[in-house]
Structures are given as structure tokens and as C-alpha cells.
Design a protein around this ligand. Sequence first.
Ligand code: CP
Length: 314
Amino acid sequence: MQNRDHHLLTLKDWSRERIQETIDLALQLKSDLKTKGPSDRLRGQTIGMFFEKPSLRTVTTFQVGIHQLGGEAIMLDPESIGLGKRESIADVSRCLSRWVNAIVVRCFKQELLEKLAEYGSVPVINALTDEFHPCQALAFGQTMVEHFGALRGRTVAFIGDGNNVANSLMILAAKTGMNFTLACPKGFEQPADLVEYASPIFAQNGGSYRVFNDPKEAVRDADILYSDVWVSMGQEEQKDSKQSHFLPFQINDSLLALAPQGCMVTHCLPAHRGEEITDAIMDSPRNLCFEEAENRLHAQKAVMCQLMQATLPR
Ligand code: CP
């Protein structure tokens, strides 16, 4: 396998400098699109897109982003490929590496992504697994820089399940000197080994990590509240048992009133209005979730430029 930072498997593999450079490049690509139009940074390159789970934002922003950079996206059909059933993951990855210049993967198990990276020779980009969602975290970072000017010293309070989005936000926060607060019901914390991994990185970069079981405590010093669905994709059978635990963790006017003035809100999307977030907050000018959704496009273009080392004239 190439060095792990030749891929985007998890932000654990990326240095603080690489994360910051990617956010800066995303901001530049967004501005360039408005002033200069599409570019040719990925001209002649083909990116395979393998999605085992549903998607609106990720599948669309990768396809549009690749088009805006002059490359071509091709959709790979998981049913037809039968990864690990019709053919081994290793052989599929070796073949794909002979045809495409990168592979964007949304799948259940992180291990599948890791194996594609291990046996192939082209960059593999994590478009969401059960454990991580690094592209979402980078788009969040870009949105924070746009709104607050910088990441260092800012506090994000994630209100809900300690899930894949929370995990990637925590790593981004640890590496960029942010404070990360999780508010969740007991038993829905992030994996202990991930917290153990991130704790010294928070300390090294001047940030902090806290967990509360009372969301009212978590929002008091927050710059931004982060919301996500209570039941992640593929865990729908847990809906009834989970919902009763999470009812106090809804982002609504009463909760936001306890946060500092100027505290913003965002959401990974799709939102379940009336569950983890109210209509009023979703439609409020304090909600940056649609800016973050827009930034998925530019953050992912920046990821592809970083990994595919585009050398063509700009
Ligand atoms: N936030 C996100 O990844 O959206 P999709 O599931 O629609 O891609």
C-alpha cells in the first residue's frame, strides 16, 4: 500500500498542515470558480465512484466537482461488481487501479475502504463509512473559516450520537486547535480508542475535548452547535430504542437560547426536521448547514487536487 496520506481514509492519517492546506485550497477553488470558471486541474483523469449507501450531497458534489476540474466521474455499481462475493476486494482494487486515477468510496465497513487502498495503487477517498466522514469534516472546517475567520480556539458542540461525523469532526478539531464538546445520552459516546488517540493531539495543539450528558451544559460556551440524525444509515432497526434516549438532545430555540450570542448551528444533512433539529432552527439565518453543503463541493475538489497531484497548467 502507498503511504496512508496518499489516500483520504481517515483524517487521522493527515497532518495538521495538510488539513489546513486543503481548507485553504477549497476556499481558493470556490473563489476561482466564481471569478475564472471551471479549471483543468484534473483534465484527462477518471475517478471511479463506488457507493454502497444512499447519497444526495456526496454523490452530486463529487460528480459536479470532478466536472468543474475537467475530469470525468464514472459510477461503479456495487450490485454488479459484487465486491468480496463475485470477486475479491484485492482483485477488484488491482483492476480498478489499471483504469481509473482515483476511487471515491461510500461503504459500511472502514475495513473495505482500507483493503481497497491496500491492494490498489491509486488514491482512495472516504465518502463515508460507519466510522468516519472526513469530507464532511473538511467542509465544516471551510465553513468555520468563512464564518469565524479561523479554527483555532473555536468551540464546536456536537449534540447527538457519537457517530462517524462526530468522529471526523473530533479529529479535525484536535489537529487544528479547536475545542470539541460532545453532548450525548450515556452509552452513546465516541469509541474509547479514538478518544485516547485524540486526547494528546488536543493537548498538543491547545484544544480540548469534553463530554456532557446534559446538552444544556454543552452549549454554554459553544461557537457552533452541530446536529446529525439520531439513527445513522444502516442502523434503522435501532430507531425506536434510540429515539427515547435522544429526545432531550434536540436543537431548538430553547437550547440555542442557552448558547452565547453569535453561536451558530450546522447539520451534516439530511435532517429529520422535528427530531434532532426543529424547523425553526433549520430555517434560521443562524443555520450554516446549506453553506456547509455548498462547501462539500469545494472541499472535495481540494482533496482530489491534493491526492491526485494535478500537475497540468492552471
Ligand atoms: N452529508 C452527506 O454526506 O449527505 P449525503 O448522505 O446525501 O451524501
